[in-house]
Design a protein around this ligand. Sequence first.
Ligand code: FAD
Length: 471
Amino acid sequence: MSAEYLNISRKTGGYRSDRLSDFGEVEMHLPLSDIMVQASRCMGCGIPFCHGYGCPLANDIPGFNLAVKEGRLADAYKILSTTSPFPEFTARVCPATCEASCCSGLLSDAVSIRQIEYAIIENAFLNGIVERDKPKFRTGRRVAVIGSGPSGLAAADCLNKLGHEVVVFEKNASLGGLLRYGIPDFKLAKSVIERRIDVMGEQGVFFEPGVEIGTDISAEYLRRKFDAVCLCIGSEEPRDLPVEGRSLGGVHFALEFLSSQNRANSGEAAGVKISAKGKKVLIIGGGDTGSDCLGTALRQGAKEVLQVEIMPQPPAERSPSTPWPEWPYMLRTSSSHLEGGKRMWGVSVKKIFGRNGVVKGVEAVLLDWQFDASGRPKRPVERENSLFKLEADLILLAMGFTGVKKKGLVEELGLEIAPRGMIAANASCATNMDSVFACGDCVSGPSLVSRSMAAGKFAASNIDCRLKKLL
Ligand SMILES: Cc1cc2nc3c(=O)[nH]c(=O)nc-3n(C[C@H](O)[C@H](O)[C@H](O)COP(=O)(O)OP(=O)(O)OC[C@H]3O[C@@H](n4cnc5c(N)ncnc54)[C@H](O)[C@@H]3O)c2cc1C
């Protein structure tokens, strides 16, 4: 076997340079000829950690890389779609846990797997090879899927293909969950979701957007009308900041801000409800949601944007606490961070202050973190006399989510709640209520699109087993 691949460097398409002037996708893509060369960097490892360890969907990455390298794009699509129901989503927004466990990444740069996935799925749509057929056999069983995020869509897709009749109920006007209302258009164009919903509709899945279960229709009614119910309702309760001044005008949860822009972009709303235009924006929370707020605020014309994080600045390289093939604890810089704004770490906000009921800034202290032997932050210590002020006329709280919304559906069904605020489900995704299953963020807590899709597929196979016993 030739080792020519050792001389080929990793290459990606980079980002559009004019990206701040619109909400279009920022990522650019390599031509197919380059993608084939990139796929040839895959070593076809005997034990492919990318496939068995890194990818929650267990995609056969070496298999599709080989097919792409040889120019067999249709075969690559067959291999990819065997495990992944919606590669077009992960090809755009996945942090690529597979790349973190790629063997090439041990001593060199990982194979650009996500970009290869993008080429495969976009080529499949372009050439009309994405299957649109209805299942040949129907079981006569009916399943209600509640929630149309990646877990709900994956569960629905899988159950439909197994021959069950599936209706997806979604409280929002449009389908997609956080793909639609959370993730900004500059990472994922919403036409990509619509394209997939059209395919699923042609394959026989029914969609009922604008219907909130527990309010518009009772969950009990659904239990009577369907053979099984699959809850895919996400982890919607945002973590709050219970400090003085929290109720001042101009302090919002990140998702209110992001969904307002997404709704305006799609035409669902006439304009944005919350605007950063000309404002000093303070984002509290240093994660991906905060980074999405940063990119959105810059596009809206914010005067300044600062993102603060309570944890210390992670190391620039993979920390020894997370050796290969683990997902590395290290500093992450998104496309939004490259566009502008500033970041600060080890900051704890103590108070929000304002004038005439409107926010003007925060008081905060600096934290010195103590680390454990492996280099992971363990305990924060407030630095003496470090109290300082930050000016802000818009504050966005991006500190994660604490669980499912209890009011309505969850309370009505009498669902057991796990200690972390999520729905308690057993290893077969079953809840304490007969024929009611749950999966995705509402069980695992905030996660990733790839993991939610895998969870939806897994729940579907468990529901199928339960239904087959009834047949
Ligand atoms: C701002 C943001 C950015 C993110 N970016 C990324 C990223 O780049 N990459 C990545 O991998 N992950 C990302 N994530 C995480 C990812 O989006 C989630 O892990 C994933 O969407 C969870 O899928 P889900 O189907 O479980 O839930 P959700 O996507 O939250 O969907 C739940 C759906 O259920 C509906 N619902 C709830 N209750 C009811 C009811 N009673 N009746 C009817 N419908 C109901 C909701 O309206 C919603 O549509 C991001 C998360 C956020 C918040």
